[in-house]
Design a protein around this ligand. Structure first.
Ligand code: HEC
Ligand code: HEC
Ligand code: HEC
Ligand code: HEC
Length: 187
């Protein structure tokens, strides 16, 4: 192998061919990474670090785990924006949790969760506000459209009034709906 040749501009392939190959590799790499990220997004993955927290039981006891439709909503369906870019950003933030997991004294205990519930809840809410509760809207898209017959009049009226406002005046789902999966601490 002649190393010098490797770094010389290719005479055999045109620049555009090399660029095209680069793009293909980039796209394939991107999707491969998406696959890996999705594999790390099961409830089991979340519970590896949160295993001593009552979070999963709370979901199962809520309307999001115990409903007529028989649907159990997964952690990431609420907590991680599904749009690829936001997904990646959140994943990088979650990877910081590895540091927290290793350094926060007593993190994976129910006592820690109860003592820090309010602060943690507000961090989770701040993220959902940043993404305009897009995860909620993925499932509850009828809220922003015409309300279905089955929806309570009061709910339909609140939602309609909110969506009549200018986008920057609107409230987002979690401004009005707290504690939909875990008990939101009072005070
Ligand atoms: C590597 C361990 C680890 C894994 C895996 C993990 N977490 Fe966490 N999580 C933590 C730690 C540590 C904290 C506390 C972070 C802090 O306050 O510094 C935390 C906090 C949170 C919070 C509240 C704070 C915030 O920023 O929103 C939510 C919500 C959360 N995790 C959800 C999840 C979900 C959903 C998954 C699965 C996709 C998950 N976690 C996987 C370690 C982990
Ligand atoms: C994967 C789909 C899915 C996601 C994501 C989701 N929901 Fe739901 N939601 C449901 C289902 C299913 C029910 C139960 C409906 C029933 O009982 O008929 C429900 C019920 C509700 C209810 C009525 C019951 C109650 O607890 O008062 C509210 C309010 C609600 N969701 C808000 C939210 C908010 C806010 C978010 C985002 C943080 C969210 N949902 C995310 C599927 C989802
Ligand atoms: C301005 C406050 C407000 C906002 C913003 C809001 N809601 Fe509601 N929502 C309500 C009220 C009030 C009710 C009726 C009381 C209740 O069920 O909690 C309701 C009820 C609901 C219900 C139950 C409806 C039924 O079938 O009876 C769901 C599901 C729901 N909201 C989802 C959402 C989602 C998703 C968003 C964001 C796209 C959202 N809401 C934004 C105030 C709001
Ligand atoms: C239906 C949507 C939904 C599901 C499903 C859900 N969460 Fe949450 N989670 C929230 C919201 C919204 C908050 C912000 C606080 C609040 O409103 O209760 C939150 C808060 C949290 C917090 C901060 C502490 C707290 O109790 O507020 C942690 C940690 C967390 N979730 C982890 C998880 C894990 C792990 C799972 C899966 C077992 C899960 N969540 C499933 C919506 C959800």
């Amino acid at each position: 192998m002649n190393w010098r040749k490797l770094f010389k501009p290719s005479s055999r392939y045109s620049v555009s061919t090399l660029v095209a190959v680069g793009v293909v590799i980039g796209v394939v790499g991107y999707f491969a990474m998406q696959q890996t990220l999705h594999a790390t997004s099961t409830d089991e993955f979340c519970m590896t670090c949160h295993s001593n927290h009552s979070l999963k039981d709370e979901v199962l006891a809520s309307a999001h785990g115990n409903n007529r439709a028989g649907v159990v909503v997964q952690c990431q369906q609420c907590h991680i924006a599904q749009e690829p870019f936001n997904y990646l950003v959140k994943k990088i933030v979650v990877s910081k949790d590895i540091w927290g997991y290793l350094t926060i004294d007593g993190f994976n205990t129910q006592e820690w969760l109860e003592a820090n519930r309010k602060e943690q809840a507000d961090l989770a809410l701040a993220y959902l506000k940043r993404i305009d509760s897009s995860t909620c809207q993925n499932c509850h898209n009828q809220v922003t459209q015409e309300a279905p017959e089955a929806m309570k009049t009061m709910a339909a009226r609140m939602h309609a009034a909110n969506y009549k406002k200018e986008p920057d005046q609107r409230r987002t789902c979690v401004d009005c709906h707290k504690g939909v999966a875990h008990p939101y601490p009072k005070g």
